[in-house]
Ligand binder design. Structure first.
Ligand SMILES: NC(=O)c1ccc[n+]([C@@H]2O[C@H](COP(=O)([O-])OP(=O)(O)OC[C@H]3O[C@@H](n4cnc5c(N)ncnc54)[C@H](O)[C@@H]3O)[C@@H](O)[C@H]2O)c1
Ligand SMILES: [Zn+2]
Ligand SMILES: [Zn+2]
Length: 508
């Protein structure tokens, strides 16, 4: 079968690998119908999350059909449609039963102290082969796999694997309560769901901080107040907009590949701390982004420093961005002197997936709206690069693990979307002609091309602001390798959460 394989830092490829087989009676084999690329995959490829074993299949997001089950799998049968939680748990240890599945005592073969077990991760996390493949072996299948009701589409379900529950977990960690003022740092897929979750928990104002314009536009479409840290100093701006107080809660959705500002009023401060950031990098990733074609961050603790600074006294910080064990720096003194509460960790995916699934069923959450690209397997490597470069409109990439009929990763660039106005649709509904129920990429094909008016807003806004292309993207890509970004940036499908009248606020 085909799979995306880690070959060394900065080197990944689509390879022919052996099919997985049942090894334990509690195993299941799942044939994947959808996978995705996560910011964590980028840390692994960059080497900022180190310890990957060459040959490991990447990816920890998956939806598929159970193909085979071991003798001790009694709650699933071949043919069942399931979502695979990104982290692996046993379901019966004391941690799993208490809802701390990411700290399961049994799933990690290195023992109870070894940390979270997950698919497609470093040696220390298993290693378990990942889900960017045609099939995968699922350990402890009765506890891990979550059956999907028919009305949950693959597009929604793939986001249940990791980013939706993680965004929700971020809001839980940050202790968001009705009326709170919140800042979400990082507006990638995880940040977008952190914003949605903050809203769900009743946050009043939400500031969204990033430097990628199209991601800030998506955050704004969710009602967040956007702050571009390369145009404004994020801490000064948040303080100014909150009467000097700061925010009650912060969610970090950035992680170790954080960047410092390379323009705007925060640039000087970044330059002054460049030496410290370089030292941090030397610890976390002595060997990183090997071939220069990747865009690892240059300031591992930049976001954390801003977050602590912009919090109000006695505020709380929820960190879901991933930081490696080798990172030893945190502004502890400042946090202590402000009486901050800090909670962090890997998401207990298995705990939150059923809950998030119900939110989707009720219409409160429409995660598929954040999928901006659906890529065939053959263009995965290109998709990795575009996602890594934060190309305009590349927010969440969904993958179809079936091998594509034509082309190779080396020769193909993700096909640009061709949008045409659909007859009979009201307002600005546009369709992607590829989204044909017969030929389209997934079972949701009939819906997969609908583009919100926001997509046009981004295109127009982007072209107006950056006739030469996004400066953030250009700056971060001194070496763009084989994928030039000079051509006009095409944002692809941009869909975000809509305010749903049926949405109920959870009040504590
Ligand atoms: N805790 C968990 O269980 C869990 C699960 C999934 C993902 N994650 C982590 O969440 C993080 C985000 O994931 P993603 O898929 O959205 O990744 P992503 O790389 O797409 O998004 C990160 C965003 O942070 C922005 N950023 C960089 N430096 C910044 C700074 N100084 N201030 C503000 N924003 C900054 C980037 O421009 C980018 O848009 C990653 O670290 C990922 O590993 C954690
Ligand atoms: Zn992830
Ligand atoms: Zn367990």
């Amino acid at each position: 079968m085909k799979a995306v394989v880690f070959k060394g830092i900065g080197k990944i490829g689509i390879e022919e690998v052996e099919e997985p087989r049942i090894q334990e009676p509690t195993d299941a084999i799942v044939r994947l119908t959808a996978s995705a690329i996560c910011g964590t995959d980028l840390h692994l490829v960059h080497g900022t999350l180190s310890g990957m074993k060459p040959g490991t299949i990447l990816g920890h997001e998956g939806v598929g059909i159970v193909e085979q089950v071991g003798a001790d799998v009694r709650n699933l049968k071949p043919g069942d449609r399931v979502v695979i939680p990104a982290s692996i748990c046993c379901g019966f240890c004391v941690y799993c039963r208490a809802g701390y599945q990411a700290q399961c005592d049994r799933a990690n073969p290195h023992g109870p102290q070894a940390g979270t077990a997950f698919y497609g991760g470093p040696e220390s996390s298993g290693p378990f082969h990942g889900l960017q493949a045609e099939k995968a072996r699922i350990p402890f299948a009765p506890a891990n796999l979550v059956k999907l009701p028919d009305e949950i589409t693959d597009d929604d379900a793939i986001l249940l694997s990791d980013v939706v529950p993680t965004g929700y977990f971020g809001a839980v960690l940050a202790e968001i309560k009705p009326g709170d003022t919140v800042a979400v740092f990082g507006c990638g897929p995880v940040g977008q769901f952190a914003i949605a979750s903050a809203r769900h928990f009743g946050a009043d104002r939400i500031f969204a901080v990033d430097s990628v314009h199209s991601r800030l536009v998506a955050a704004r479409a969710q009602g967040a107040e956007a702050i571009d840290f390369e145009k404004e100093h994020p801490v000064e701006t948040i303080r100014r907009l909150t009467g000097g107080i700061g925010v009650d809660r912060v969610i970090d959705a950035v992680g170790v590949d954080a960047c410092r500002a390379h323009a705007g009023p925060a640039e000087k401060e970044g330059e002054r701390k460049a030496g410290q950031f370089a030292q941090e990098l030397a610890f976390v990733a002595p060997e990183r982004h090997g071939n220069g074609n990747w865009n690892a961050g240059d300031a591992p603790t930049q976001a954390l420093r801003w977050e602590v600074e912009c919090l109000a006294k006695a505020g709380s910080l929820g960190i879901i961005g991933v930081y490696p064990e080798s990172l030893m720096v945190f502004p502890i003194g400042q946090a202590m002197n402000k009486n901050l509460t800090i909670k962090l960790g890997n998401c207990n995916h298995r705990k939150y997936i059923p809950l998030c699934l119900e939110l989707i069923r009720s219409g409160a959450l429409q995660p598929a709206r954040i999928i901006t690209q659906r890529q065939a397997f053959s263009s995965i490597i290109d998709a990795y690069h575009a996602f890594d470069r934060h190309e305009a409109g590349w927010i969440k990439v969904m993958l179809r693990p079936e091998p594509a009929a034509t082309g190779t990763a080396a020769t193909r660039r993700p096909a640009p979307l061709q949008l045409t106005k659909q007859r009979g649709t009201r307002g600005k509904a546009w369709v992607d002609p590829r989204a044909n129920p017969d030929t389209g990429p997934s079972r949701e094909a009939s819906d997969s091309g609908l583009v919100s008016p926001l997509k046009n807003e981004i295109l127009e806004d982007h072209a107006r602001r950056y006739p030469e292309g996004d400066p953030a993207v250009r700056r971060k890509n001194p070496d763009r390798g084989e994928l030039p970004t000079e051509e006009p940036v095409r944002p692809g499908i941009m869909r975000v959460f809509s305010r749903n009248p049926r949405r109920k606020r959870v009040r504590k």
